[in-house]
Ligand binder design. Structure first.
Ligand SMILES: Cc1ncc(C[n+]2csc(CCOP(=O)(O)OP(=O)(O)O)c2C)c(N)n1
Length: 567
């Protein structure tokens, strides 16, 4: 089947049975590729039928799909002319792990960070209507991504708009871990309402009976449907905030999906289609442990076993935090839906009442930490560097201007590799450096991370500790100096040249200095407040200074601004 699909047009002539065969082949291909290259397995296996149905009913690339987060777009890529290149997934110059407009005209918008799709889709729908154009805009968003503030803001705005917009809610009850919060409770209630399905079959029958000749019949159907539902369900969240709610529908039944999508297409105004899917569908290890196969490194298909399981910075952080929390009852930990990834699983198990998973809500996580700190607790908030970008104002306004002692652990800082440009942690040193009262540190190895965490927890200031993804680098030095506020560590003295390095760059600086003569290596430890004394000392005594940090430089601005910068 897959051989016969080169563009979504080829889907239009296939029967449901053929599409089901295609779904099996797509699953097999995705499992094969991700088992070698790593990637987001469980989320993609969950949307195979949904993606086939979307491409069958809509007319891409004229119609637009915005994939929220974008980690679930592999099926879409396979169906839109990229199946033969999928073996290059997440490799340099290969197929990106997320939608990329430069890769294909079928990718309508670049995504990577969560909860953006409804805003983007509404923007496109409003532009379309202002320009009097005619195409459909569809946002596909997971129940996890729906917990993000930006998604809720957009849901609110779109609900009162008159624009035609379809929001597909892909509800698998999971974010990376089990989904959390009031929205998850609401969706559980809606999933339980068989009535909705019944209403939809009634609606379908009604639709079949009434010829869809004009807006009148569509409006009539909408009114009938809303009327019947209102009789039975007192509170219908999505309908109450302005959407026509359709569903819930079985997200692995292509026929049902196609029918409901056709109905959605015929309705005026914002529509929300509630689709129930199973994360990891069709691959037993991923069905059993969808969190472990949300984003995975390479694995053995037969067993589902991961090929490498080495100690990394996140685990070192998590283990040390558990030890410190046993001694200090004020320590609380917050995650924005990344319990496993940030190393907090053990903490959550041992101290459930001191652990808060707030959903994909980095801004709220930081605001919550500010409140906890103000009221006497010691909040620790590990967040991946690129996702922390969203929390800039919370760090500034809620935490640092008030000098509240929150410990922000900036995980996956620096280059993170194959997740692509949206996930690189290369801006945090720059933006954290602008925030008043914030202390910014970076450890050279695992042991120093443990010491910095203990130091930060004792401090009365807000502190950010940033550390990279993965394993530690080999350090060629056995010097050991206690952490002191704003003090660098001289690892190697020298008179010709000085290298000031921070974080994982310290190991590289030492390796370089080993091959040269008379080169000093200084582990800065603190970016802020910086150790001015050591800089002045080595500035005076050596002929050249080199700084090493895994962070973007100002010169990486666009050509236009670079010119201005040079002037
Ligand atoms: C701002 C932001 N925070 C965290 C993440 C990491 N992340 C990627 S996918 C995901 C869970 C998404 O869950 P859901 O939307 O339900 O999609 P599913 O994978 O379950 O299909 C998270 C937390 C992210 N991409 N962006």
């Amino acid at each position: 089947m897959l051989e016969t699909i080169n563009t979504p047009k080829d889907l239009k002539t296939k029967t449901i049975k053929e599409k089901e065969e295609l779904a099996t082949e797509i699953r097999k291909l995705i499992i094969e590729i991700v088992s070698k290259n790593g990637g987001h397995l469980a989320s993609n296996l969950g949307v195979v039928e949904l993606t086939i149905a979307l491409h069958s009913v809509f007319d891409m690339p004229k119609d637009k799909i915005i994939w929220d987060v974008g980690h679930q777009a592999y099926v879409h890529k396979i169906l839109t002319g990229r199946k033969n290149k999928m073996h290059t997934l997440r490799k340099k110059d290969g197929i990106a792990g997320f939608p990329k407009v430069t890769e294909s005209e079928y990718d309508s918008f670049n995504t990577g960070h969560s909860s953006t799709s409804i805003s983007i889709a509404l923007g496109m729908a409003r532009a379309r209507d202002l320009k009097k154009q005619n195409y459909e805009v569809v946002a596909v968003i997971g129940d996890g991504a729906l917990t993000g503030g930006m998604a809720l803001e957009a849901l609110n705005d779109a609900g009162c708009s008159k624009n035609n917009l379809i929001v597909i809610l892909n509800d698998n009850e999971m974010s990376i871990s089990k989904n959390v919060g009031g929205m998850a409770t609401l969706l559980a209630k809606l999933r339980g309402k068989k009535f909705y399905t019944k209403t939809n079959s009634t609606l379908k029958k009604t639709l079949n009976k009434i010829p869809l000749t004009g807006k009148l019949s569509v409006k009539l159907i909408q009114r009938i449907k809303r009327g019947i539902k209102q009789l039975f369900i007192q509170k219908m969240f999505f309908e109450d905030i302005g959407y026509t709610y359709l569903g819930p529908v079985d997200g692995h039944d292509i026929e049902k999906l196609e029918n409901i999508l056709k109905i959605a297409k015929s309705i005026d105004g914002p529509v929300l289609v509630h689709v129930i899917t199973k994360k990891g569908k069709g691959y037993l290890p991923a069905e059993r442990e969808p969190d472990k196969f949300h984003s995975t490194s390479s694995f053995i298909i037969e067993t589902g076993k991961k090929k490498s399981n080495k100690k990394d910075y996140s685990r070192v952080f998590g283990d040390k935090l558990v030890k410190l929390a046993r001694e200090n009852k004020n320590i609380v930990a917050i995650t924005a839906s990344m319990k496993e990834g940030t190393g907090l699983a053990e903490f959550a198990g041992e101290f459930p009442e001191r652990f808060f998973d707030v959903g994909i809500a980095e801004q709220h996580a930081l605001g919550l930490a500010a409140g906890l700190a103000k009221a006497g607790m010691k909040p620790i908030v590990p967040i991946y560097s690129s996702f922390l970008q969203r929390g800039y104002d919370q760090i500034m306004h809620d935490i640092c201007i008030q000098n509240l002692p929150v410990v922000i652990c900036v995980d996956r800082a620096g280059i993170v590799g194959n997740d692509g440009e949206t996930h690189q942690g290369i801006f945090d040193l720059s933006f954290l450096n602008t925030i008043p009262n914030l202390v910014v540190m970076a450890p050279k190895n695992f042991e120093e991370l443990e010491e910095m965490l203990a130091f930060a927890i004792k401090s009365e200031h807000p502190i950010a500790i940033r550390y990279p993804r993965g394993e530690e680098e080999t350090i060629i030095s056995n010097k050991k100096n206690k952490i002191e506020m704003s003090k660098a560590e001289v690892l190697k003295d020298g008179n010709k040249m000085a290298i000031f390095a921070i974080g994982k760059m310290v190991a590289k600086a030492l390796a370089i200095a080993e091959q040269m003569e008379d080169v000093a290596v200084i582990n800065m430890r603190f970016l802020k407040p910086i150790d001015k004394k050591v800089i002045i000392k080595y500035g005076e005594k050596t002929k050249a200074i080199i700084t090493m940090e895994d962070n973007i430089t100002v010169r990486k601005l666009s050509r236009h601004s670079t010119k201005r910068f040079k002037k």
